[in-house]
Structure formats: structure tokens, C-alpha cells
Design a protein around this ligand. Structure first.
Ligand SMILES: Nc1nc2c(ncn2[C@@H]2O[C@H](COP(=O)(O)OP(=O)(O)OP(=O)(O)O)[C@@H](O)[C@H]2O)c(=O)[nH]1
Ligand SMILES: [Mg+2]
Length: 377
């Protein structure tokens, strides 16, 4: 059922006529649950349950349930649990109202009230504990990220089910879980790009984005999203075969902007081009978006071209750098090559002068290679 609302009714979300229509439909179909594709306030949720005499669930709840089902690691589980607790806290009253009405016993209401207070306190304690745990996890993640600071990082982002994990596997040979369902990935996986890539690059797969993502969930997934903020380049993966790809792209862009990552370079990858309804779709999409590319993780089409673009983005990011070595340090050149592009080696009588191009993060690494060798001397 849909309704164009000029104004949302603070009490029942829908207008009163529509609520009545919905009530009759629930009665007619003997529905046990009504799901709203929108976020309801706790009050609206309660009111609607009263009127419709059945369970009412909103969109954030559905998303939280899916996340809950898919959470595997300690981090993801903690994040989802926290979001669920925060979601349920202001909604507890409704639950007990429901019970007291069902059982109908005298005094149930009072028992309910006391119980709600107890439950709320318990949940607040739990929230506090989970938040502490997340701070700890966040710290560990920060250390991990710090250790990777000098390495160029690329993150795959995009609407859920666009094919990020498939692309990750395609580019790194990893076997991240790929599934035709929403939010298959909840944890940022980080892998080295190996296959045919000339530079050390870390690629991370991230949690999928979706329209009207529950606010608590975004807050809980901070450390996962930090992975995105930390990247040098984003590849925005779009499922071009989806009939609403344009809207999905916009949603993803809006969320990225909200996350404050709009300053990072973005490469647009239109995926699933093996599955397009007509031949115009790809041309139109490519023309409308400069710096975009069509790919298919299924057939491999366009993957090599994407890799090339990733390489040129990397190289664009490099700054000229000059390094002088003693002849006795010649064997360091091999190690230096791992972190910089060596353009020229000039052998003078006293030294070797290297003309390099390096990523900003890699300079520290080069200096530490030199320092170590001097200390060894
Ligand atoms: N036809 C076709 N299907 C693809 C392609 N790439 C991925 N898929 C399918 O799309 C579905 C979703 O792929 P995933 O890689 O799990 O998508 P994701 O973006 O990681 O999704 P979430 O982790 O849920 O956000 C899977 O069924 C893939 O097999 C492609 O190029 N062509
Ligand atoms: Mg995935």
C-alpha cells in the first residue's frame, strides 16, 4: 500500500483514512504483521499496533534483523547488538502495553511499568558495556590501520548487492563470501592486490549501503566506515543491470558525502554489464559519467581496463623524490622498488642518485629502510 503524504501524521504516520483502509486490509487478510518501508517513531509504532491489532515493524528494524542474521565476527556482532539495543530502548513501553492488553489482567499495567523500568536499566547497562567494547575494538582497528599507513589503499564501496565482494575476489583472488542477498558483507575485509598489480596496494571490501540506513547502525559501524575514510581511492561499484541503478548510485553518493569522504578520488565501476536489458544502457551511463568504466565480474570484461585505471590513479598520486645512496647500499634498491617507482639510477663516483616517484605515505618507509641500513653499518 502506498500513499503520497504532504505531511506525516505524528501519531499514525499515515492519514486517518489510509489507516482505516489498512485496518480493513489487515482484518480481511488476517495479517499478523504489517511492515512499513519507512522509519516510524516509537509513538507511531505503538499507535499503529493499537489500531491495527497486530505487530508493526518498520524499515530500520528489518535492516537490523538482516544485519543481525549475517553478523559473524566479534566486531560486527557487537556493532549490530548495540544498534539493536539503542533501537529498542524507546520502544519498550509499546511491548509491555501489548502484553498487558493481551493478558488483560488487573494490575498487569503496573507490573508492566515496573518491568519496563527494570528492562530499561538493563538495556542501558548493556549499551554501556557494548560501547566500551566497541571503543576497544576501534582502538585495535586504529593500530591495524596505522601499520598500513604507508601503503596505498583502495576501498570498494556501493549499494548492497552491487558486486563489491565479487570484484574483490576477482582482483585479489580472495574468497570473500558472495551471495545474492542484501548485506552479505558486514565486515571490512582487507587484502593485498597481487594479481598483475605493479605496486603494493591494499584493497578493502566494505559493508553495502542502502537507502534510509538506520541511524544507530551508521553510528555503530563507525570503525568499518573508517576503512573507507582512510582510503586513497574509492571504487564505487554500481549494479548497472538493476532497474533502479541511478537511484542506488545517488543514495550511495549521498551517504558517502555524509561520511565526509567526498574529497577522496572516486572511480565509478558499472558492474554486471553481462546482464543488461539493452545495449544503450552502458553507453548512456558511460557518457553521463566521466571517469567511469563498464565491467563484468562474471565474464571478466573490463576488469583489465579497471586495473589499468587503478594503476594510473596510483601513479597520479606519486610525488617526485630524490634519494642518494652509498655504493655499499646498492642492494637496498630492490627494497626501495617495493615502495617507489624508480625512474632513474645515476651512478656517480661517490654515490648512487635515485630519481623516484613515491606515494606520500611511502616516504617514511623509504627513510626507515635507509636508516636501518645505516644503523647496520
Ligand atoms: N550477472 C552478474 N552478476 C554478478 C556480477 N558481479 C556480481 N554478481 C552477482 O551479484 C550478487 C551480489 O554480489 P556480491 O559480490 O555479494 O555483492 P556485494 O556488493 O558484495 O553485496 P553486499 O555485501 O551484500 O553489500 C551475487 O549473486 C553475484 O554473483 C556480474 O558481473 N554479473
Ligand atoms: Mg559483499
Amino acid at each position: 500500500m502506498t500513499q503520497h503524504l504532504a505531511k506525516i501524521n505524528p501519531k499514525t504516520f499515515l492519514g486517518s483514512g489510509k489507516v482505516e483502509e489498512l485496518r480493513l486490509a489487515v482484518e480481511h487478510h488476517e495479517a499478523e504483521v504489517v511492515i512499513f518501508d519507512e522509519e516510524l517513531s516509537p509513538r507511531q509504532n505503538r499507535e499503529l499496533e493499537k489500531i491495527l491489532k497486530c505487530r508493526v515493524i518498520d524499515r530500520p528494524w528489518v535492516i537490523l534483523e538482516i544485519f543481525n542474521d549475517h553478523a559473524k565476527t566479534r566486531e560486527a556482532k557487537t556493532q549490530v547488538e548495540l544498534a539493536r539495543m539503542k533501537y529498542s530502548l524507546p520502544r519498550l513501553t509499546g511491548l509491555w502495553d501489548h502484553l498487558s492488553r493481551q493478558r488483560g489482567g488487573i494490575g498487569m499495567k503496573d507490573v508492566g511499568e515496573t518491568q519496563i523500568q527494570l528492562d530499561k536499566r538493563m538495556i542501558r547497562n548493556e549499551i554501556h558495556k557494548l560501547e566500551k567494547k566497541l571503543v576497544q575494538i576501534d582502538k585495535e582497528k586504529k593500530t591495524q590501520r596505522k601499520n598500513r599507513q604507508e601503503i596505498y589503499k583502495i576501498a570498494l564501496v556501493g549499494y548492497t548487492n552491487a558486486g563489491k565482494s565479487t570484484l574483490m575476489n576477482c582482483l585479489t583472488g580472495a574468497d570473500t563470501l558472495v551471495e545474492d542477498k542484501l548485506f552479505a558483507t558486514l565486515d571490512a575485509t582487507v587484502r593485498k592486490m597481487k594479481k598483475n598489480f605493479p605496486y603494493p596496494v591494499l584493497l578493502s571490501d566494505t559493508v553495502g549501503l542502502i537507502a534510509k540506513l538506520p541511524h544507530d547502525l551508521v553510528a555503530s559501524f563507525k570503525s568499518t566506515l573508517d576503512e573507507v575514510r582512510d582510503a586513497d581511492l574509492l571504487i564505487h561499484v554500481v549494479d548497472l543491470s538493476h532497474r533502479e541503478y541511478a537511484a542506488q548510485m545517488r543514495t550511495a553518493n549521498d551517504l558517502l558525502e555524509e561520511m565526509g569522504v567526498d574529497a577522496i578520488d572516486i572511480l565509478l565501476a558499472f558492474n554486471k554489464i553481462d546482464n543488461l536489458p539493452d545495449s544503450d544502457t552502458l553507453d548512456r551511463a558511460l557518457n553521463a559519467h566521466p571517469s567511469s568504466i563498464g565491467i563484468s565480474c562474471k565474464t571478466g570484461q573490463g576488469i583489465e581496463a579497471l586495473r589499468q585505471q587503478m594503476v594510473s590513479h596510483y601513479e597520479k598520486n606519486l610525488a617526485p623524490y630524490r634519494l642518494e645512496l652509498k655504493h655499499s647500499q646498492a642492494e637496498l634498491i630492490q627494497a626501495i622498488r617495493k615502495h617507489a617507482l624508480v625512474l632513474k639510477e645515476d651512478y656517480t663516483p661517490n654515490s648512487i642518485v635515485l630519481s623516484l616517484r613515491v606515494a606520500s605515505g611511502a616516504k617514511a618507509k623509504l627513510e626507515s629502510i635507509l636508516k636501518q641500513s645505516i644503523e647496520l653499518d
